[in-house]
Write a protein that binds this ligand. Sequence first.
Ligand code: ZN
Length: 244
Amino acid sequence: MEVTVIGCWGAYPKQNEATSGYLVEHGGTKILLDCGSGVLSHLQNHCSLEELDAVVITHIHADHIADLYSLEFAILILTQIGKRTSPLDVYLYCENPDKLAFCFPDYVYVHPIVIGETVSIGTVKLDFSENVHDVPCCAVRLTSEEGRTLVYSGDTGYCQSIIDIANSADVLLIESSFYNWQKGKMEGHLTSGEAGEIAASAGAGQLVLTHFPHYGELEEMIKEASRHYDGPITLASCDMKITI
Ligand code: ZN
């Protein structure tokens, strides 16, 4: 299984980059995790839109969903001109998917994510858990046919459920919205120290921090996480690939 970081910024994209978006590939299966601002353009450096099988949306904050409606238009047009032959499956965690602004139900199939129900997309199985965030938000555990695992946190505050779903994951890709000095100042997100604590408690094999703030020295986040977790730690970056 291979993950490509399409975007790693919280809130808004850095110049020429993107907010949350991660392409997961296994065999011929191609899954996009979140589709924030700038993701649709950058995704095409790594995957043609004709080949994308599914999108998984952890929650409906703009930095995770902003480009999804443009992607819907892309699927419509690519189908009309004969370049794409199948609809796009969108798995989505929110209170009421019927209220979202999708316009073309024949081209984008929306599937509500239900915690506790496993989803199969091609050769990958996905499980979900409930996060602590100010809108409903889920974490995702992806398991390949070979049993290799990636856990992506989406957005969350510190909670037992993210530790549980990350249990023994080969790679934990987890949000790190704040530095340690900001701990307790805003709920529903993690500091880098907390991300390290979660990786240690879960026994994750590798920690990748993401969903960054636009200030401070991001390298500090590795130091803060490493006080709790002694495995390998990296900062996500645009176009970075992780083989799992
Ligand atoms: Zn959010």
